[in-house]
Design a protein around this ligand. Structure first.
Ligand code: HEM
Length: 152
């Protein structure tokens, strides 16, 4: 349960310990708290439910401070992963870690799963895809009947 890659520190075991975390104790932050840290005075970002204080890192960030500012006070997971940050970058991030997003707030930053969105779209297009050909078929049938009736 405890093996961690960089484990040189022993857990102190005096407060709540959290499995899966590199550090001994975990401080949980509510989303509202993180959102307050969205200025140059204090810039926090969330990546994979972990909260990072990047205030002092803004100027050092090789990707520029602007990209970090844009994400300040919110969830930067997607942008962070899109860049394909190196292992070095991830190690650097761990030095800026201050805690984790409170489990009760994690659903708030989850986007609607793609699959669900697709299903909604598919449902809509199924109706229109079915309705238009059916109407067209009915019109053709009607015209054919009128044509036959006139011939007789
Ligand atoms: C704790 C947070 C972060 C740390 C420690 C960090 C660190 C780094 C490092 C070390 C690099 C150099 C390239 C590499 O080693 O991968 C880098 C590049 C970059 N980062 Fe970050 N980064 C963080 C967050 C972010 C976020 C949230 C974004 C996007 C919103 C971002 C966007 C970029 C971009 C665009 C580059 C340049 C990539 C390139 O030129 O190829 N970074 N970052």
């Amino acid at each position: 349960m405890q093996p961690n890659s960089t484990a040189t520190r022993e857990p102190e075991g005096n407060q709540m310990e959290e499995k899966g975390s590199d550090e001994k104790t975990v401080k949980y932050y509510r989303l509202s708290e993180v959102e307050e840290h969205n200025s140059f005075k204090s810039t926090w970002i969330i990546v994979n439910y972990k909260v990072y204080d990047v205030t002092k890192f803004l100027e050092e960030h090789p990707g520029g401070e602007e990209v970090l500012r844009e994400q300040a006070g919110g969830d930067a997971t997607e942008s962070f992963e899109d860049v394909g940050h190196s292992t070095d970058a991830r190690e650097m991030a761990s030095t800026l870690l201050i805690g984790e997003l409170h489990p009760d707030d994690r659903h708030k930053i989850n986007k609607i799963p793609e699959s669900l969105v697709t299903t909604v779209h598919e449902t809509t297009s199924w109706w229109s895809n079915w309705l238009i050909p059916a109407l067209a078929a009915a019109i053709v049938m009607l015209m054919y009947r009128i044509y036959r009736a006139e011939e007789a």
